[in-house]
Design a protein around this ligand. Sequence first.
Ligand SMILES: *[C@@H]1O[C@H](CO)[C@@H](O)[C@H](O)[C@H]1NC(C)=O
Ligand SMILES: *[C@@H]1O[C@H](CO)[C@@H](O)[C@H](O)[C@H]1NC(C)=O
Ligand SMILES: [Zn+2]
Length: 356
Amino acid sequence: MLHRRSNAGKSLTALVFLGAITPSLSLISSGIDAAAATAPPAGHSQWPAYGKVPPTTSPEVQAWLKLVDWTKVPKIGVRHTKDPGPPACPPIAAPASDCWWTCSGCADPDDVVDCPGKKVWGLTFDDGPEPGTTEKLLELMHEKNVTATFFVTGMKSTKAPALLKQTIDRGHHLASHTWSHQGLTTLTNEQIVAELMWTEKFVFDHTGYKLKYFRPPYGDIDNRVRAIARQLGFKTVIWSNEWDTQDWQLPYKTITPSQIVNIFKKGISSIPARNKGVITLEHDGAPQMVAMARTLLDLGMKSGLKPMDIASCLSDKVGYNAVPAKPATNDSGEHSADGAAADKGVFQCSEYIRND
Ligand SMILES: *[C@@H]1O[C@H](CO)[C@@H](O)[C@H](O)[C@H]1NC(C)=O
Ligand SMILES: *[C@@H]1O[C@H](CO)[C@@H](O)[C@H](O)[C@H]1NC(C)=O
Ligand SMILES: [Zn+2]
């Protein structure tokens, strides 16, 4: 989903509704039995509900709150929002010391906004996993022989947990996009911890990988959110100015494919003058987005951009805060590749791209 700065107030309705509409769309398109898919694994009472900020009173969240030194978290107020979703930007700018990206365009030196290498293209897909489109994106990446970072939400992961491992097994990079996709500046400190840590736990329990990189929904981050995320071990990734593809609007028909191509071509025309690479923002959520991803990959690669996941673009060989122990060579299934990839011989356990 896009951020408020480049949206300039238009399509706000669609923006706010996306969270509410996507679940039902995904259920229709996938035919997934939500009740069965969300059954918690053994040892868990309950995963947080879909589409809601996880409660902060649970024993899990209470324990996670102790991981943060609260004296290091600036006392910046919780931002207003009319609906669940991005903040309503105030008419009077917040103090520069808040470094509020969504409403003031401020990035911290620690935020990853661009890939450092010239012509390096950080390829990112947000808001999945989405049964029916994630698989198609994985096929597309395989066809083009590139890897991407998938910023997944915890709530979507509960509907398709197997897609998490499948994404990693096919050489891609998973990162966090929080549990329920709220504007984090509109949440309390405790809620921010719950959003980040439940997502980390869900992905860890289903893959053995502990997420390191995180993208705030709507790019909504200020120094309060940063101080919490940083202490929980997360590195913030936003996206390059002018490289928000706006593909999330495709299902709403508030933008045409050719308008998106034009946005992208404008970006490409700025490449020769850039002394660094780019990070694009695309989404995993609808067939139109997969088609657009193909168009943009072709365009970008033709103009010399080198697509890769965020860990690779940062030369981070691990890309996670923890990875599973190396699978034994005679391991019989726990780490086996998904069928399609195995048939093509593109993946074996020993080929985990960042397992060491
Ligand atoms: C695929 O990409 C990798 C890494 O960039 C490269 O080493 C390899 O040669 C590529 N394979 C093909 C078939 O293009
Ligand atoms: C391979 O499998 C055998 C029998 O299941 C087991 O004893 C052995 O420890 C395994 N080797 C490794 C390296 O895990
Ligand atoms: Zn998003």
